[in-house]
Design a protein around this ligand. Structure first.
Ligand SMILES: [Cu+2]
Length: 145
């Protein structure tokens, strides 16, 4: 079911500074938080014609947004524990898919402010820096699922 939703939404195309490069966003989704929770995860596929670094991601609806990676670590009893860690300087490589998906690298949204309902939207503003060190701000609409 979830996979189906991933395919259904998506295809949010846009151009940033058409002469400079093209950035394509697909499957921009945010998981509806569990009742009483103020943290959730988000997912997206990005593809850019030029290398971009993600300097910041912000939203009126969240206090803080990070990109996380998942890593297996040894727990106190020698067992394997999945740990999340912030990616400090995420880079979107030119012409390579930058994929944030469940069970892998993902967006982490903290301090959710509003009520977030399935089927609603959340706007996230990405601050992207190109190789010439020029900043581009791009708003991407995510679908809550
Ligand atoms: Cu996380």
């Amino acid at each position: 079911m979830r996979n189906k939703i991933f395919l259904m939404f998506g295809l949010v195309f846009f151009l940033i500074n058409a002469k400079a490069f093209e950035l394509k966003a697909e499957s921009a989704l945010i998981q509806a938080p569990k009742p009483g929770q103020t943290v959730t995860a988000g997912f997206i596929n990005l593809k850019s014609s030029e290398q971009l670094s993600i300097k910041n991601i912000s939203s009126n609806a969240a206090g803080k947004i990070e990109i996380h990676t998942m890593k297996m670590e040894k727990g106190p009893y020698g067992d394997a524990i999945m740990k999340m860690r912030k990616i400090e300087n995420p880079i979107i490589q030119a012409n390579k898919e930058f994929i944030l998906k469940p069970g892998a690298d993902h967006l982490m949204l903290f301090d959710l402010k509003n009520e977030i309902n399935v089927g609603g939207n959340m706007k996230l503003e990405f601050t992207l820096v190109d190789k010439k060190n020029i900043e581009h701000k791009k708003e991407i609409v995510f679908v809550i699922y």
